[in-house]
Design a binder for this molecule. Sequence first.
Ligand code: 5RP
Length: 242
Amino acid sequence: MSMSALSAEGMKRAAARAALESVTHGMRLGLGTGSTAAHFVDLLGARVKDGLDVVCVPTSERTRAQAEGLGIALSTLDETPQLDLTVDGADEFDHALRLIKGGGGALLREKIVAAASTRMFVIADATKEVETLGAFPLPVEIDRFGARSTMLQIERMARGLGLIGPLMLREVAPAERFVTDGGHYIVDCAFGAIDDPETLAQRLSAIPGVVDHGLFIGLATAIFIAGAEGVRILGNISGDPL
Ligand code: 5RP
C-alpha cells in the first residue's frame, strides 16, 4: 500500500515500525503511552513472540496491561534504573525536537522514563509537527492539595510571559476529575503559541504545586514522522538530543 493511502492509524503504525528497526537483542526499553505508542508495543510484542529478548519499563498502567498481555518482559526503574531507549508518542513537536506531551495523562512517568534513557525516540504522524508549540493545550500535572491555588499561580505566572488562555482541570465526565497513575490532577493550559518554551518550563517547575509539565525539552533524540511521502527522521537515531 502506498503511504498516501494510509489512514492516520496506518501512519502511526508506520512510524512505530520504523522505530522498532533500532531495537536489538538485550535492550532495556521504555514503553510510552497513547495510541501511537500502543502500535509500537503491539509490534514489539510480535517480535518478542519470535524470540527477541528485551526488558521493558512501561510509562503507564495502560501500557503495562497491554505489554503484559503480549508476553513482553517487564521491569521497574527500581530494578532497571538505566534504559537504552524509550519510544513514545507526542501531542506536538517542533524542529528543535521540543515536545508537548501529556494528552493521555501520563506525562510524569513518561518524563521520568525518558530521562532514565540514553535515547528517546518519538513516533508520530505528520499532523503533530508544528512551527511553534502551543496549539495543543499544554498539560500540567499538579498535586491535588491546593489545586485551585496552584492553577491561579500558573495563570499569574503565564500572564507575566504574555501567555493568556483558559486553564481547564481535566475531567473524565462532568464534575469527575481525571486522576493520573500517580494520583494527581492535570490542568490543560490553552496558551496558544509558546514562543519561549524553556522559560515557561522553568517557571512552571518553580511553582510548588506543579508536579511536572508536558514540555519535554532536550529529551528526544530522534522523531520518526510518518506522512504521505513515507517516514522521515528528525534528529539522530544513534546519538544525543539536538
Ligand atoms: C500521553 C502522551 C501521548 O504520547 C500523546 O498524548 C500522544 O498520544 P497519541 O499517540 O494517542 O496521539 O503524551 O501522556
